[in-house]
Design a binder for this molecule. Structure first.
Ligand SMILES: [Mg+2]
Length: 320
């Protein structure tokens, strides 16, 4: 190729030039070394005595395909991780990103990926402080590790009590029709919940309510879910019209909703709902409450009325 033609694939660009390019694409989302790209580690300040730490990938063929623009791939990558920080009531801080890509990947694809990542990072106050680039033939994926500072209180999956009310944000189901890459992680909402009285447990919905719900049900209790109260996304009905499955199946089992599910003391539920409406436009719905598990049953979740016979609450199983 003539020397004047800029390299168009990773293979012709080479690693050194790639790192320089990434630095340029990230712009102010990446601080100067040693706090950002340029040394063996990123050296960052943190005053929290506890640090939240999470990692999630996007893999081509699994979390995205070639129809999804690179900017949305990048946003999905960062926002998946932001949703985990939100679920624990934290404030996101620093990200490192491990990219694995084939040599024929177009540099233009990566430029759009990193620029969108930078825009999203700045929107949520995240600094992208480094990472790694590895060649792998026939594989494209990126793993992002994100840190966060806990809020006033750490929201965890354990701690729900008898009588607690269950709330969920947003609307559920049909994420594959587009929301899986375009959702808004509930970072501000999670931080507020961490400073609000009566919140006992929280989780973000990544594998579907039908599966994730069981993670916050304590031994001996069961979550009674009011089926007709569940907030149904318009996409859940569209998905149902397309494939003929009941829409409630999509609501429970599609996954990648990235909404928050949390348990609140019954005595605080009304005040929380009122406070929420003053602060957020994000929908908030009471979907059920915690009861004693019936003797002789091992059901952590029961639906009222019961689910139709052709629907099972199983969520998304990764290795099946
Ligand atoms: Mg999670």
């Amino acid at each position: 190729m003539p020397a004047s033609t800029p390299p168009t694939t990773l293979g012709t660009l080479g690693e050194t030039a790639l790192v320089e390019a990434i630095r340029r694409w990230l712009g102010p989302a990446n601080p100067p070394a040693p706090a950002g790209i340029g040394d063996d580690c990123a050296a960052v300040d943190h005053r929290a005595s506890r640090l939240l730490l999470t990692v999630d990938p996007v893999i081509r063929g699994r979390h995205f395909d070639d129809a999804l623009p690179p900017g949305l791939v990048a946003e999905k990558l960062l926002k998946r991780n932001l949703s985990d920080i939100a679920a624990m009531g934290g404030r996101p801080l620093h990200a490192v990103i491990a990219l694995t890509a084939p040599p024929e990947l177009e540099v233009a694809w990566l430029a759009r990926f990193y620029r969108a990542l930078a825009r999203c990072a700045r929107r949520y106050g995240v600094l992208v402080v480094g990472g790694d680039c590895t060649r792998a033939d026939g594989f494209l994926g990126a793993y992002l590790t994100l840190t966060g500072a806990p809020g006033k209180k750490l929201l965890t999956r354990t701690g729900a009590r008898l009588g607690d009310v269950l709330f969920v944000t947003g609307r559920l189901g049909g994420s594959l029709l587009g929301r899986h890459a375009r959702f808004a992680p509930r970072v501000a909402e999670g931080a507020w919940l961490a400073s609000t009285k009566g919140v006992h447990a929280a989780i973000d919905l990544s594998d579907g309510l039908g599966k994730d719900l069981a993670s916050i049900v304590p031994d001996g209790l069961c979550a009674r879910i009011h089926l007709r109260a569940l907030p149904v996304a318009a996409d859940a009905r569209r998905a149902a019209a397309k494939d003929g499955r009941p829409y409630i199946d999509h609501v429970l089992n599609d996954g990648e909703d990235f909404e928050l599910l949390f348990a609140v003391a019954r005595t605080h539920a009304d005040a929380l709902e009122q406070g929420w409406k003053l602060r957020f436009r994000t929908p908030l719905t009471r979907i059920g409450n915690f009861e004693k598990r019936l003797q002789g049953t091992n059901e952590a979740v029961c639906f009222d009325p019961p689910l139709p016979a052709d629907v099972h609450a199983r969520g998304y199983e990764h290795f099946r």
